[in-house]
Design a binder for this molecule. Sequence first.
Ligand SMILES: [Fe+2]
Length: 261
Amino acid sequence: MPLGGNRLSSSSSKKSRRRQKPSAAASETTALVNSSTRTIQSVYDISRKVFAVARPGFLPPKGSVAELSRFLNDLTLQDVGLDANMPFFRADAQGHPKVTYLHFADTPKFTVGVFCLPRSAVIPLHNHPGMTVFSKILLGSMHITSYDWVKPQAASGATATTTQEAGAQLAQLKAEHEYDASSKTMVLYPEEGGNLHRFIATTPCAVLDVMGPPYRRDQGRDCSYYNAVAAPGGDGQYAWLREVPCTFDLDAFSMRPRIRE
Ligand SMILES: [Fe+2]
């Protein structure tokens, strides 16, 4: 998901306020921040290997994919300095379950961040053009629906998948499941693994994303959003996806960990 047009704030002012009034709670928080910085540094270091030669459409080395997946498998919400009682996991004063993105690292090759969703929040169906994305749920559970585009040659000959709807493109269902914090790291690739997905929070939840190469609007790789309509006769395994204007709004905050690059 891109962050264009959203608020990007720093948490540093809150940290400095905590330093002015030392307390047991403040000490705990500082320790958590330090340990979470080490964790994010490890994610960053492994991701640097995964995305060393990242360019649109590239496939990362299997060994480094496995290494990052293993590391993320064991990650907890506390490991990255977050807590289920934080306001990011509650609806706002108007009762709206707004999504928050906490931004941890950003390089020309990849980004690291955590999406926080109150119960019932939705990240609508969107794509990741030419990208590889690692997603690990750190808190709660969510319903994920994902698709991959059907290549034109793969669709030919299949009646249920060749009735082209104007302006829509055929996609094959990859996953339609409930996932939670016990689920393993999910990895999607440029052309497989569910490159298009939608998240619906069934409880307050958090998902850490490592993705690369980052969206680049000026290179024609912006994030696009879609409506899905089941393809007739496709046994629910195919859908026509039609691009729709983006109505998704989220808050974004920079966490600014001190990462060694
Ligand atoms: Fe996504």
